[in-house]
Design a protein around this ligand. Structure first.
Ligand code: XUL
Ligand code: CO
Length: 440
């Protein structure tokens, strides 16, 4: 496998003193961090769409990317096969153990659904061969039910029942392929499941239909014996003004309200979290405390642009706090860290894809190391435990055990109306965090 990234060697770990841009400085796959290797902790995945199909277009201009498979443009099936081969060569050279795809990324659409499905079968078979040859596995599959014009009003939340049916057929096929390729998860990102204006929207029907759609998916997974984890990927806006899967808390209450909560976990994307006005850590934390942290789309946004820029993660502060939540979750289990990230329009050469993944992998590896030592020290845990210690005894314990109600609490407050509080020590804790980042 040395055809599409010819001048790129296999990327190895050289340690933090290395000045070689084509080497890992922190990601050392076999290094043990606690009882797992870095590779087992991080479970990196390449996103097929950004890495293999994105052309570098933006709303102001044409594509810029130079790719060695471009000349196959007029033969879509050959192009799809070449892209798959290029993808596996790149993953192999970067030591990335997983990949993720949408149906539309891997195979061209046919003239109708039947032909599209046939194309998918042919390319999936090709990918299966590459998986066997390389040992690279499928983290998750999904269906692109948002790009085609038929999805202009949404898919499962479209006002048009024919569109609902088409989306169901597409997801059915994508689930079958994911199962066939041994996918460990299946993702639902509500591409256009939302609205532009309430003036033309029956929100109640749309939400109920979304629940119906997800129940049908659960039923079908049982029917075909797909045991992968179902994941929902929250996002507050883009492409619609309001996306129904706004954030983790919104999705969680939607799942509960529709008795879907036993079947779904969250795929949390950093840039979606910030679009929702949250930090990446906040979304991971909310998912963790509810036991629904499933997988991660590892990227970052740009606070000055404010839209879903899908950049490669290079912010050590964010990856540290992300890995801290993931470690506290006991890991990602079937999930992984999928680079839902694209190189910038100006980074148009194939080698930029290599630099980008090295940057993301090293940044998460460093974050893992810092988070592990932070957790090992228990410095935050001890502080938090002490901060809430008033609930360990006395009236606090009675509140926890629901031994008291408003009347008893009033009696208590009447006797204890002079209250003393303690400092939250935010700045001290922030400087401790910085110290761990600098030391690890
Ligand atoms: C879009 C996005 C998607 C999902 C998969 O913002 O993140 O690529 O990850 O459909
Ligand atoms: Co994503």
């Amino acid at each position: 496998m040395n055809k599409y990234f010819k001048n790129i060697p296999t990327i190895t770990y050289e340690g933090k003193k290395s000045k070689n841009p084509l080497a890992f400085k922190y990601y050392n796959p076999t290094e043990k961090i606690g009882d797992k290797t870095m590779e087992e902790h991080l479970r990196f995945s390449m996103a097929y769409w950004h890495t293999l199909t994105a052309e570098g277009t933006d709303p102001f201009g044409a594509g810029t990317m130079l790719r060695d498979w471009d000349h196959l443009e007029n033969n879509p099936m050959d192009l799809a096969k070449a892209r798959a081969e290029a993808g596996f060569e790149l993953m192999k050279k970067l030591n990335i153990p997983f990949f993720c795809f949408h149906d539309a990324d891997i195979a061209p659409a046919g003239k109708d659904l039947a032909e599209s499905n046939k194309n998918l079968d042919i390319i999936a078979e090709h990918i299966k061969g590459l998986m066997q040859e390389t040992g690279i596995k499928l983290l998750w599959g999904t269906a692109n039910a948002f790009s085609h014009p038929r999805y202009m009003h949404g898919a499962a939340t479209s006002c048009n029942a024919d569109v609902f049916a088409y989306a169901a057929a597409q997801v059915k096929k994508a689930m079958e392929i994911t199962k066939d390729l041994g996918g460990e998860n299946y993702v639902f990102w509500g591409g256009r499941e939302g609205y532009e204006t309430l003036l033309n929207t029956n929100m109640k029907l749309e939400l109920d239909n979304l629940a119906r759609f997800l129940h049908m998916a659960v039923d079908y997974a049982k029917e075909i014996g797909f045991t992968g984890q179902f994941l929902i990927e929250p996002k507050p806006k883009e492409p619609t003004k309001h996306q129904y899967d706004f954030d983790v808390a919104t999705v969680y209450s939607f799942l509960k309200a529709h008795q879907l909560d036993p079947y779904f976990k969250m795929n949390i994307e950093a840039n979606h979290a910030t679009l929702a006005g949250h930090t990446f850590q906040h979304e991971l934390h909310v998912a963790r405390i509810h036991g629904i942290l499933g997988s991660v789309d590892a990227n970052q946004g740009d606070p000055l642009l404010g839209w879903d820029t899908d950049q490669f993660p290079t912010n050590i502060y964010d990856t540290t706090l992300a890995m801290y939540e993931i470690l506290k979750n006991g890991g990602l289990y079937k999930g992984g860290l999928n680079f839902d990230a694209k190189v910038r329009r100006g980074s148009f050469e194939p080698i930029d894809l290599v630099y980008a993944h090295i940057a993301g992998m090293d940044t998460f590896a460093k974050g893992l190391k810092v988070a592990y030592s932070l957790l090992e020290s228990q410095v935050l845990e001890n502080f938090i435990e002490k901060r809430y210690s008033s609930f360990d005894h006395g009236i606090g314990q009675d509140i926890i055990n629901r031994k008291v109600g408003f009347k008893e609490l009033e009696q208590y407050a009447l006797k204890h109306s002079v209250i003393s509080n303690e400092s939250g020590r935010q700045e001290m804790l922030e400087s401790i965090l910085n110290q761990y980042i600098l030391e690890a």
